[in-house]
Ligand binder design. Structure first.
Ligand code: PLP
Length: 493
């Protein structure tokens, strides 16, 4: 008689994806083409994995955002947040549309200048502005937004040395409803900290406060948060004016608008809860108009929107390289060791092979935002098979490399492609060269041509900054020997 095995009771973490009535089917449709270019043709020509950007989507998003604000407000300027995606082609599209640059480091500053953006059209943010970069920004008339008191003092020093009056803004933070409050950056305007900074600027002969900046957080799903932040910012502007005689000519509400991605633990499917650009614009513009003193010219409004402009324009095409069996299954008919599972050709010919997971040729090193989002994952070819929940493993030799813990997908085979979307924000800039070459990046232009905007990496590229000390160089005559032979000769003369 078979004796039942006792299993210790346990608690399994609730998976929100299971509960989501819209999750099933979110991957139902195939994504056969991007902007009319067939996925299989893209892969044939450019290899897999492949990042793909849609120029039309970039331009449409920019125009939609700009329109939402300029319909409500007379003086709005968008600044492209370089850190969100600083591929030259992406920056160029936004600059062509009229964006200035928003940068947060010496590297990004240099990049914007190399793109041809004048210093006066660069907003310089960031908690650490390297001294040389800060000095360059002063010389070139950049819009410097001071993050902390030490930076303020450095700036006073630079201005004094040059005997030059420098227009500045300060970054502030406040309780606007985002929890936890982003208190790492800027000066607290709910306490006296921000006012102290303004006082210090006032005491210096060479700094002039002309603007206020805040970036309340990111992926803000409640536009009302911007209403509160704008109100508090205007209150501070009025105090700076009344108590220290400064004329605040600009307000910068930073970034933070949500893209149509799907946060982990969010009940509704992607985009369902993302406010429209109009909703954000209404919250900010109506507040400025209502709170700004009558008769005083309205301040210029800057925005540093990042993810909401670029996320949806970016796709990752990846190829299934192995079918994985259910890690929880036991017994002879399940698990990776089952003969049928090991036999890939059997799997290929069996439409019901029922792989529990797919291993693909990209990974979390290329899809950093998988930590925040449940990407939409769709087959690149129509597939009417029943979708079951599967794991999507990346190709890294690391256990944490899981792109989706649960994603409904039909039976697919090794060699089939999946399209992962939206991945346009932060994945390129935060991608990591780890055990593989970072892939090619292409842009489908508005006139439907496919342009390479970043080449696939190669060994020369990766090793170009390395140096091998003389004494570690392998002797030419040893180089081609098998390792064991080489070692013998090195150790025994
Ligand atoms: C100062 C600043 N501005 C703009 C952005 C862009 O933010 P988002 O991508 O959320 O729009 C960021 C991102 O962290 C930021 O730190």
């Amino acid at each position: 008689m078979n004796k039942k095995i006792y299993t210790t009771p346990g608690i399994t973490r609730h998976q929100h994806g299971h509960m989501n009535p819209q999750a099933h089917g979110q991957s139902a449709n195939a994504c056969e083409a991007i902007d009319g270019i067939v996925i299989s043709d893209l892969i044939k020509q450019h290899g897999s994995p492949l990042y793909v950007f849609s120029e039309s989507t970039l331009r449409e998003s920019y125009r939609e955002l700009h329109k939402a604000f300029s319909n409500r407000y007379p003086d709005v300027q968008l600044a492209w947040s370089y850190k969100t995606n600083y591929l030259k082609a992406i920056c160029a599209v936004f600059h062509q549309e009229g964006a200035i640059a928003e940068v947060v480091s010496d590297f990004e500053y240099e990049k914007a200048r190399a793109m041809g953006i004048p210093g006066s059209d660069i907003i310089f943010n960031g908690p650490y502005k390297q001294p040389e970069a800060l000095e360059r920004a002063v010389n070139e008339g950049a819009k410097i937004q001071i993050d902390n008191m030490d930076e303020l003092l450095n700036l006073i020093h630079i201005a004094e040395q040059k005997q030059q009056v420098v227009n500045v803004a300060i970054r502030i933070y406040m309780d606007s409803g985002v929890k936890p409050i982003w208190s790492k950056f800027g000066f607290n305007s709910d306490t006296t900290e921000a006012l102290q900074a303004i006082k210090r600027i006032h005491l210096s002969k060479y700094l002039k406060l002309v603007g206020l900046h805040t970036h309340v957080g990111t992926f803000i799903l409640d536009p009302n948060i911007y209403r509160v932040a704008t109100e508090k910012m205007i209150e501070l502007a009025m105090r700076a004016e009344k108590e220290y005689g400064f004329n605040i000519t600009y307000l910068n509400l930073g970034g933070g608008f949500a893209s149509r991605n799907h946060l982990h633990y969010q009940y509704f499917s992607e985009g369902a809860t993302t406010p429209s650009f109009d909703a954000y614009a209404e919250a900010i513009c109506s507040t400025i108009k209502a709170r700004w003193p009558i008769g005083k010219p309205l301040p210029k409004l800057y925005l540093e929107t990042g993810r909401a402009l670029v996320d949806e324009a970016g796709y990752m095409i990846t190829t299934i390289v192995a079918l994985k069996q259910n890690p929880d299954a036991s017994g002879p008919s399940a698990g990776i060791s089952a003969p049928a599972a090991r036999d890939k050709s059997a799997n290929r010919s069996n439409p019901n092979h029922g792989a529990a997971g797919y291993l693909v040729d990209s990974g979390i090193h290329l899809l950093h935002t998988s930590a925040w989002y449940q990407f939409n994952v769709r087959p690149a070819k129509p597939n009417n098979g029943t979708q079951i929940e599967r794991l999507l493993y990346g190709c890294l030799c690391m256990n944490i490399d899981v792109i989706r813990q649960v994603v409904p997908l039909p039976n697919m085979n090794v060699g089939d492609q999946l399209v992962i979307h939206p991945v346009g924000a932060y994945n390129i800039t935060q991608s990591m060269q780890f055990i593989t070459y970072r892939p090619r990046v292409v842009m489908i232009t508005s006139n439907r041509s496919v342009e390479i905007i970043r080449e696939r990496e190669n060994l020369n590229y990766i090793e170009q900054l390395e140096q091998l000390p003389e004494q570690l160089q392998l002797r030419a005559d040893l180089k081609n020997l098998p390792f064991i032979e080489t070692r013998k000769q090195v150790t025994h003369g």
